[in-house]
Design a protein around this ligand. Structure first.
Ligand code: NAD
Ligand code: IPM
Ligand code: MN
Length: 368
């Protein structure tokens, strides 16, 4: 049997810096665990625009559709801010998500014990936190038509459309119910059914799927604005949250700060199961290209490393190896290693991106 295949798209800014540490871990699995991957690398985002005049070349898109999993660093940066909208770096990532049909975006927010003091919230509020945000990723206001900037009389009008079909809501709801069943059996669905018709439909469809297929799961509904408040008031009330594309984007950045840093949050973007039973999948940290620290060796590689752990779990049925990576990260944090985004304790000198990678590799060695 051939090795599982991975397409690596480091992207822009800190993307290549954090991905370099993931590549070392992939190599470690080949050398120390006999688990080899067929790895290929390509461009996405601003670097792809610089070379090809497009943020995602058709050949790269085709490769992404062929491989078992894609790992992506981050895209974007100030250098590309003035580009035409159609070729902005972010369009490359959105095309990948859309054409791979990755409708279910899993964004786990877990607070490691060693970091319970690092959240901007009180320790009691975040210690032991383990929640999963399921963000719908291929529809909603990110993709709805009509959209654009138009002339209306003497002024311009900017239009985006929030649009959801029943089947789009039902499929992401099912993926969230399935996850809830494997966790603490609780799902909270967030929308704004009080002001948006798409929110009314969202609530109806989630309720219908619940009654027909998942009545064993405890389902609650919350308006997304109240959900944001509850996530900061007492986040441990939640287990799995399911929400739309835009609310999910914002609520997951908010949840990142419950864990201490945006540099900690991984994600898995999954499609429907393919012929081999596994979903099409793309794994990426929740954070962006962090232009303010790019090129300085300061970036926290943990979100990207934990995204690779999610790939081991969700694309390759290697849950034990995923846990091995997660435990190695936990051990390194317990040992007091901190990249600059995690500083707060007096007298702690930050480690660089590659020093954090060194420490995680050493912890992986120690796990053998
Ligand atoms: P960002 O996530 O890049 O950065 C926000 C803040 O968090 C910055 O202060 C940054 O230094 C810090 N940060 C982020 N990741 C970090 C890490 N791993 N280690 C340490 N600190 C980290 O968000 P932004 O500044 O709003 O966006 C910058 C660019 O990234 C934009 O072009 C945006 O569109 C893009 N972006 C891309 C993705 C992606 O590729 N998936 C996600 C979000 C933003
Ligand atoms: C994310 C990012 C992206 C989004 C951008 C870069 C397209 O913020 O993955 O959270 O808005 O989905
Ligand atoms: Mn985002």
């Amino acid at each position: 049997m051939s090795n599982p295949s991975l397409l690596i798209l480091p992207g822009d800014g800190i993307g290549p810096e954090v991905m370099a540490e993931v590549t070392r871990i992939i190599d470690w699995f080949g050398a120390k665990r006999g688990i080899a991957f067929d790895v290929s690398e390509d461009l996405v985002g601003g670097c792809a625009y610089d070379k090809h005049g497009t943020p995602l070349h058709d050949d790269t898109m085709a490769k992404a559709l062929e491989v078992d999993a894609v790992l992506l660093g981050a895209v974007g940066g100030p250098k590309y801010d003035k580009l035409d909208f159609s070729v902005k770096p972010e369009r490359g990532l959105l095309r990948l998500r859309k054409e791979m049909d990755l409708f279910s975006n899993l964004r786990p927010a877990q607070c490691f014990d060693a970091l319970a003091d690092f959240s901007s919230l009180k320790k009691d509020v975040v210690a032991g936190l383990d929640i999963m945000i399921v963000r719908e990723l291929t529809s909603g206001v990110y993709f709805g038509e009509p959209r654009g900037i138009f002339k209306e009389g003497n002024e311009r009008v900017g239009i985006n459309t929030q649009r959801y079909t029943e089947s789009e809501i039902a499929r992401v709801a099912r993926s969230a119910f399935e996850l809830a069943r494997k966790r603490n059996n609780k799902l909270c669905s967030m929308e704004k059914a009080n002001v948006m018709e798409s929110g009314i439909l969202w609530r109806d469809v989630v309720t219908e799927v619940h009654e027909a297929e998942y009545s064993d799961v405890e389902l609650t509904h919350m308006y997304a604005d109240a959900g944001a408040m509850q996530l900061t008031r007492w986040p441990k009330q939640f287990d799995v949250i399911v929400t739309d594309n835009l609310f999910g984007d914002m609520l997951s950045d908010l949840a990142a700060m419950l864990t201490g840093s945006l540099g900690m949050l991984p994600s898995a973007s999954l499609g429907a199961p393919t012929e081999n039973g596994r979903p099409k999948a793309l794994y990426e940290p929740v954070h962006g290209s962090a232009p303010d620290i790019a090129g300085q060796g300061k970036a926290n590689p943990i979100a990207c490393i934990l995204s690779f752990a999610m790939a081991l779990r969700y694309s390759f049925d290697m849950g034990d190896e995923a846990t091995r990576v997660e435990k190695a990260v936990e051990a390194v944090l317990a040992d007091g290693k901190r990249t600059a985004d995690l500083l707060g304790e007096e007298g702690v000198t930050p480690v660089s991106t590659s020093e954090m990678g060194d420490a995680i590799l050493a912890a992986l060695d120690a796990s053998l």
